[in-house]
Design a protein around this ligand. Structure first.
Ligand code: NAD
Ligand code: D3J
Length: 334
């Protein structure tokens, strides 16, 4: 390229303009590639490494993304089945996972994914001992615990996407119900990701107005069942997307990339993500469980957990989820 450009005289050597930022995405399936694409579009990093177990799929995805370079901010994209490609990552996002086969129990799926994590997590930490781990693979709460145990990292540097996706669907549905912008709706679903999540009604605000008083002011009859229906729709919509397209990708892609932005740009934003919940809300400190709570997220990972007001029913459902997860974890022998 030197022959192409006429050198400019007396140019100073490049000063170190700060270390390059790097994200590695492990698992280049539907979710991993949606996350990768969003990271590139939002110009979040200088370098993006892709790792998967299928070399052809991996190379195909890398080339396909590289071919979009003319339309994207300059980002170095590399891919390999060898974890050395992840060296020096600031953030490693794990979406690798075995697909649940028809009739397979969730425990069996979990055990297959634990076996995968034994091959994935140690090399990630070996090549990037200072990294933050963001787990997306399901069952995400237990697998975040598994990643933490296998990594040896401090718990503030191991998080799961948890109910971040659940909460974003919840915000969309509330916003749609009230015909307002979803970015003006604050709403938290916490606890276990998926079917057994816990909606925090008291946390819902629209344009800063708590939903319950918003509904009263708007003379919209406050029907607890309306909010329960919206929470149920969060779960039903996941199953509807699966039945229609066979997988989910765009919403989880945007929500995981939003977590990556909060970390790499040190946004100190509060997200409902899977964190070590020991000691919060009376969750039994005898068991280390990861559950979603509204947590402050920045360059150091989890910077704190908000002390939200929970009704007795909400606290009791959280503790019940913690108990269920602990029972599953105890069968893993980790
Ligand atoms: N937490 C959430 O909100 C949420 C939402 C959607 C999907 N998910 C989960 O994300 C995971 C991925 O979903 P998907 O649709 O992308 O699945 P997928 O099957 O399309 O992709 C999984 C990828 O993992 C790869 N893989 C398998 N074993 C590997 C290994 N040992 N090392 C590296 N790569 C390996 C596969 O080759 C595949 O490309 C699933 O567990 C799914 O349940 C979570
Ligand atoms: O949108 C999604 N697509 C999913 C999926 C993606 C590829 S195959 C299955 C999906 C959908 C429905 C049930 C389903 O069952 C499981 C299975 C294992 C598990 F640990 C969690 C959920 N998984 C994974 C997943 O977690 C979500 S989000 C979601 C799921 C259920 C209820 C509420 C929400 Cl917010």
């Amino acid at each position: 390229s030197q022959a192409f450009f006429k050198p400019i005289q007396n140019t100073a050597p490049p000063s170190s303009t700060g270390r390059n930022t790097k994200i590695s995405v492990i698992g280049t399936g539907n979710v991993g590639m949606a996350i990768a694409q969003t990271i590139l579009t939002q110009d979040l990093v200088d370098e993006l490494a892709l790792v998967d177990a299928k070399p052809d799929k991996l190379r195909g995805e890398m080339l396909d993304l590289q071919h979009a370079a003319a339309f994207l901010p300059r980002t170095k994209i590399l891919a390999s089945v060898d974890y050395s490609a992840t060296v020096g990552s600031d953030l490693c996002i794990v979406t690798a996972g075995a697909r649940q086969v028809a009739g397979e129990s969730r425990l069996n799926l979990l055990q297959r994914n634990v076996a995968l994590f034994r091959d994935i997590i140690p090399p990630l930490v070996k090549y990037s001992p200072e990294c933050i781990l963001l787990i997306v693979s399901n069952p995400v709460d237990v697998l975040t615990y598994v990643a933490w145990k296998l990594s040896g990292l401090p718990s503030n540097r191991v998080v799961g996407s948890g109910t971040n996706l659940d909460s974003s669907r919840f915000r969309f549905l509330i916003a749609d119900h009230l015909d307002v912008n979803a970015q003006d709706v604050q709403a938290y679903i916490v606890g276990e990701h998926g079917d057994s999540s816990v909606a925090l009604w008291s946390s819902i605000s629209v344009g800063g107005v708590p939903i319950l008083s918003f509904l009263q002011k708007q003379q919209i009859a406050y029907e607890k069942e309306t909010l329960e229906k919206i929470h149920k729709a969060v779960v039903d919509s996941a199953y509807e997307v699966i039945s229609l397209k066979g997988y989910t990708s765009w919403a989880i892609g945007y929500s995981a990339a939003n977590l990556a932005r909060s970390i790499l740009r040190d946004q100190r934003k509060i997200h409902p993500i899977s964190v070590l919940a020991k000691g919060f809300y009376g969750i039994n400190s005898g068991n280390d469980v990861f559950l979603s709570l509204p947590a402050l997220l920045g360059r150091g990972g989890v910077l704190g957990v908000t002390d939200i007001h929970l009704t007795e029913e909400e606290a009791s459902r959280l503790r019940e989820s913690a108990k269920t997860i602990a029972e599953v974890q105890n069968q893993l022998g980790l």
